[in-house]
Design a protein around this ligand. Sequence first.
Ligand code: PGA
Length: 257
Amino acid sequence: MNTSDRKPLIAGNWKLNLSSKKACELARAIADGSAESQCDIALFPTYLAATAVAEELKGSHVRVGVQDVYDAEWGAYTGEISPAACLAEGIGWAIVGHSERRHIIGEQEELLVKKARAALEAGMTVIYCVGETETEREQGRTFEVLSCQVRDGVLKAAPDIPADIIVAYEPVWAIGTGKTATPEIAQQAHEHIRGLVSKHVSQQKAELLRILYGGSAKPANIAGLMEKKDIDGGLVGGASLDAESFLEIIRYSRSDL
Ligand code: PGA
């Protein structure tokens, strides 16, 4: 059972979905329905909708972030967006290294480190995603892959694991597929990640680090996942696009049980 002092965090990754108007309506419904929640809540709309959602949620308990960020402050980087620009819009959170960026766009760890470092240095909170593919799991390489991503990614970007770095374990084979990792499988991966931080940084920092699970998380499986001692929340895709299902996930997370 998870009895840690780590505050649960439920994050909604809206990916390439929702117009600005729809995103604001959904954000409002989520904020209104979660006022009593003991969890931290963060929403990640598209770049186009992020400013409007941040404005909609100004002063509320729900945080707003972007799904990616670049490592330059300003300049000639067509198509990119900077931490400084996000913060100027009241957007304080960023996801880095989501598997769709790693595997569809082809982003490599070195770039992810630069992005995460720039965002952290600017004062953003970063959710750094790691996770193995189906083939890597079948080859028995899950822990090896996670070790590389943590050592060469998370720990390079944030060597002393400040409070504003959060790790999301997202097994690629579970994302958007309906195949959730069982709580036991997820727990093994989370324990491995926490163990790496304990070994390379300190046990105290490892105990404070929040590690989210992502991959077909939904109302029906969130409670079982959140029971596990190293699972501190969820990064939710599909099920965050509907206010009721996302609110159910928030309600079922550990501290609201
Ligand atoms: P999913 O996506 O919940 O739709 O599987 C999770 C994610 O990609 O962050």
